[in-house]
Design a protein around this ligand. Structure first.
Ligand code: GDP
Length: 293
């Protein structure tokens, strides 16, 4: 991921590098190349506009100060703009003494895998997770989480077919108390597309359980489509943070670069492989640095 974008951005900046100083025209054509690179990477148009504007303003600000703009200044401003687009400072969900988090998202986004990954991640930090397979309609979804739970050594509570939100809440509370579990990760039902019954069911479960975090799992490979999904979940259910999966794939990067601004929520984690260990906290600065080589 990001290879093409990285190559194009570096090319645009390298072109400026041969000279000691660059003029406004050089900056303009570099910005044109940067814009094209972002369009090719499937970045949201609004995000591109503020990105390019931010680079221009910073670069020109430098120019007033120093009367010329070396390539390094452009590089630094592009780095800052990338870091900002990716979310600025790294953010992690707030951990309290006891925590209840929802994972929401479309079927296939990587939700169940991410639930198991989070369980493993926090178990390694000394937490005591409990996974909840909360799809009341698809036994296969519950079975998948049960197997993943076994793999990462974390207990799984399975809901029953058609179980009510109030009953799910009661059983989860009892189990968490009895086994002293301090991080309950609820793998909610996913569907192939955003639909009203799914959203209504999620909203009911959320009202019954009052989660501390609602983590929306988005498949980075689906590009701008992921953002439409994100807006729907944010509007109907409410979201507190994002997990972007499949960053190890060959997605062009548009979803990752647009999500923060379009959805307005921080990206907490990135999925980087299918394996339970394949989850990393999301670091905007490191990723921006990697893109610029
Ligand atoms: P769910 O339907 O949203 O619960 O999605 P799953 O957890 O079943 O994941 C769907 C597919 O995506 C599975 O084949 C996972 O192994 C795969 N997957 C999930 N996360 C990642 C990731 O970060 N990288 C890669 N390469 N594959 C992933």
């Amino acid at each position: 991921m990001f290879e093409k974008l990285a190559a194009k951005l570096q090319e645009a900046i390298d072109r400026l590098r041969g000279r000691g100083r660059i003029g406004e025209e050089d900056l303009k054509s570099a910005l044109r190349e940067i814009r094209r690179a972002l369009i090719d990477a499937d970045v949201n148009v609004e995000v591109i506009r503020s990105f390019v504007e931010g680079v221009r303003e910073r670069a020109l600000g430098q120019k007033v100060l120093e009367s010329f703009t070396p390539a390094e200044v452009v590089l630094a401003t592009v780095y800052e703009a990338l870091k900002e687009a990716l979310g600025g400072e790294p953010r992690q969900p707030l951990l309290k003494e006891r925590n209840l988090w929802f994972l929401v998202g479309l079927q296939g986004s990587g939700k169940t895998t991410t639930a198991a990954k989070l369980a493993l991640h926090y178990k390694a930090k000394g937490r005591r997770p409990l996974l909840v397979a909360a799809d009341t309609q698809r036994p296969a979804a519950r079975e998948q989480l049960r197997l993943l739970g076994e793999k990462v050594g974390v207990p799984v509570l399975e809901v029953m077919d058609g179980e009510s939100p109030a009953s799910i809440r009661r059983r989860v509370e009892e189990r968490a108390r009895a086994e002293v579990r301090d991080l309950v990760l609820v793998d909610t039902a996913g569907r192939l597309q955003v639909d009203e019954p799914l959203m209504a069911e999620l909203a009911r479960l959320k009202a019954a359980m009052s989660p501390d975090e609602v983590l929306l799992v988005l498949d980075a490979m689906t590009g701008q489509e992921a953002l439409a999904v994100a807006r729907a979940f944010e509007e109907k259910v409410g979201v507190t943070g994002l997990v972007l999966t499949k960053l190890d794939g060959d997605a062009r990067g548009g979803a990752a670069l647009s999500a923060r601004q379009v959805v307005g929520k921080p990206i907490y984690f990135a999925g980087v492989s299918e394996r339970p260990e394949g989850l990393e906290p999301f670091y905007p600065d490191r990723l921006a640095g990697r893109i610029l080589g």
